[in-house]
Design a protein around this ligand. Structure first.
Ligand SMILES: NC(=O)c1ccc[n+]([C@@H]2O[C@H](COP(=O)([O-])OP(=O)(O)OC[C@H]3O[C@@H](n4cnc5c(N)ncnc54)[C@H](O)[C@@H]3O)[C@@H](O)[C@H]2O)c1
Length: 387
C-alpha cells in the first residue's frame, strides 16, 4: 500500500471537479491557449484553483488577482508554489485592490477572465494592443460592462447569462448552501419551524424548497404578484407580509434589493426568530438601523459563531446571522455553493475562453450570453460523467 497522502481542501475540491478534470485532460492534448497569457480577476479560493489549473493545462500563462475581501492566503500560496504569478492581497481597500488589477493589466494579457467587471472596465479606459477578449462571470459585471461596449469592442461572454448557471447555481446550489449555513451557524433543527423566504426568484425558489424538504413549514413573500402566485401554486403559504414576519421562526431574505427587513419591522418579529440573508449585498436586512433603534435594550455577540442576539426593551430577543452578509459566505468555515455547481460554471468559463482564444467570435459578441452550443456541450459532458 502507498503511504497515506496528507491532502488539503484545495486537493479535495480539485478531485471533485470532474467536468474541469475532463476539460483539462482534453486541453492537455489540444492546447487552446498555447502562447497566450490569461489575466484573471476572480475570487482566489479552492474552487477557482481548479479552473485556473485547467486553463494552465491548456497551455496558458496565468497572471491572477482576486476580488475585494475574498482572497484566501492558502490559495495564493498554492498557486505561487506552482509558478503562477499572483498579484493579490486579502483586502477591503479599493485602492490596494486597484493596484493589483493594474499589475495584471500591465502584463498585457491576451485574454481576461473577469468577475464583476474590474479588469474589463479598466481595459476599456486604457486599451492595449493584443487583447482578444474574454469572459465575465456575474450579473453585476454585465451591468457594469454593457455601457462600455463601444469602447471594449471585443468578444466578452457573460457566464451568468447561461441557463446552466441560472439553474445549477442560483436555483439549486444557493438554496442548499443557505440551508447548510443555517445548520452550520446555529446547530438548530428546521423540523416544524416556520420559515419565511423573501424573494421567489431563482435563489428564493431553491431556498424555499430546501427548507420545505427539511420538514419546515415555508411561507414565501414576493412583491411581484405573478411570482407570488407561482409560489402559491408550488404549494407554499403566501400570507400577507405582516403575518409572514409575525409567524416566522426563521426569516430569510434573498431578493437582491435593500431594506427588506428594517427597524420598522421590530414590533412584528417573534421572540427567538433567526434572521439571515442570502442576497449579494448585506443591505437586505437593515442591520445598522436595527442596531441603532430606540427599541433595542442591548446586543449580545457570540463572536466566534458570528451570531448577534438583539434584545428588545419589551423582553423579546432575536438573532442575526453573519451580520446580514450572504450567510453561505459568512460565519465559521464558509463553504459557499457546491463544488458541482461551480464545476459547471467554470467549465463554461473554460470553454468560452477557448472559443475566444480560437478567434471563433466577432466584435459583435461584446457582453453577450454564452453561445448555446457551449451550454449544450457542457450539459452533455456533465450528464455523461454522471451516468
Ligand atoms: N448567496 C449566493 O451564493 C448567491 C448566488 C447567486 C445569486 N445571489 C444573490 O441572490 C439575490 C437574488 O438572486 P435571484 O437570482 O434569485 O434574483 P431574481 O431577480 O431572480 O429574484 C429576486 C426576487 O425577489 C423579488 N423581490 C424584489 N423585491 C422584493 C421585496 N421587497 N419583497 C419581496 N420580494 C422581492 C423579485 O420580485 C424577484 O422575484 C441577488 O442578490 C443575487 O446576487 C446569491
Amino acid at each position: 500500500m502507498d503511504q497515506p497522502a496528507s491532502l488539503s481542501r484545495i486537493d479535495w475540491v480539485a478531485r471533485s471537479c470532474r467536468l474541469l478534470a475532463a476539460t483539462a485532460a482534453e486541453f492537455r492534448e489540444t492546447q487552446p491557449f498555447a502562447g497566450l497569457t490569461i489575466g484573471t480577476g476572480i475570487h482566489l479560493e479552492p474552487k477557482t484553483v481548479a479552473l485556473l489549473m485547467t486553463l494552465r493545462a491548456g497551455g496558458a500563462s496565468l497572471v491572477c488577482t482576486g476580488n475585494l475581501n475574498s482572497t484566501q492566503p492558502e490559495t495564493v500560496d498554492y498557486l505561487r508554489a506552482r509558478g503562477i504569478t499572483v498579484f493579490a492581497t486579502q483586502t477591503t481597500n479599493a485602492d490596494e485592490h486597484g493596484a493589483s488589477l493594474d499589475a495584471i493589466l500591465a502584463q498585457k494579457p491576451d485574454l481576461l477572465l473577469d468577475n464583476g467587471g474590474d479588469l474589463f472596465a479598466r481595459a476599456a479606459e486604457r486599451p492595449y494592443a493584443g487583447l482578444l477578449g474574454g469572459t465575465e462571470e456575474t450579473t453585476s459585471g454585465r451591468t457594469r460592462l454593457l455601457p462600455l461596449r463601444s469602447k471594449l469592442n471585443l468578444p466578452v461572454l457573460v457566464i451568468n447569462d447561461s441557463p446552466i448557471k441560472q439553474f445549477a447555481e442560483n436555483r439549486h446550489a444557493v438554496g442548499q448552501s443557505l440551508f447548510e449555513s443555517y445548520l452550520r451557524f446555529t446547530n438548530r433543527s428546521t423540523n416544524g419551524k416556520r420559515v419565511t423566504v423573501f424573494g421567489y426568484g431563482a435563489c428564493g425558489k431553491g431556498t424555499a424548497a430546501c427548507f420545505r424538504n427539511a420538514h419546515a413549514c415555508v411561507s414565501v413573500i414576493d412583491i411581484d404578484p405573478v411570482t407570488a402566485l407561482e409560489a402559491h401554486l408550488d404549494g407554499f403559504v403566501t400570507p400577507l407580509r405582516e403575518e409572514a414576519i409575525r409567524s416566522a421562526d426563521i426569516l430569510i431574505t434573498v431578493t437582491g434589493h435593500p431594506a427588506i427587513i428594517t427597524a420598522a419591522d421590530l414590533p412584528l418579529i417573534k421572540d427567538g426568530t433567526i434572521l439571515m440573508n442570502g442576497g449579494h449585498f448585506p443591505h437586505e436586512i437593515d442591520v445598522e438601523a436595527i442596531r441603532d433603534s430606540a427599541d433595542i435594550a442591548g446586543i449580545d455577540r457570540y463572536e466566534a459563531e458570528h451570531i448577534e442576539t438583539v434584545r428588545l426593551r419589551d423582553g423579546r430577543a432575536f438573532h442575526i446571522l453573519g451580520a446580514g452578509h450572504m450567510a453561505n459566505l459568512a460565519g465559521p468555515r464558509p463553504l459557499g455553493n457546491t463544488v458541482e455547481s461551480m464545476d459547471l460554471g467554470f467549465a463554461l468559463q473554460a470553454r468560452c475562453l477557448e472559443r475566444v482564444a480560437r478567434g471563433g467570435l466577432g466584435r459583435e459578441s461584446c457582453v453577450v450570453p454564452v453561445p448555446a452550443d457551449i451550454d449544450a456541450m457542457v450539459a452533455a459532458t456533465y450528464l455523461d460523467l454522471a451516468r
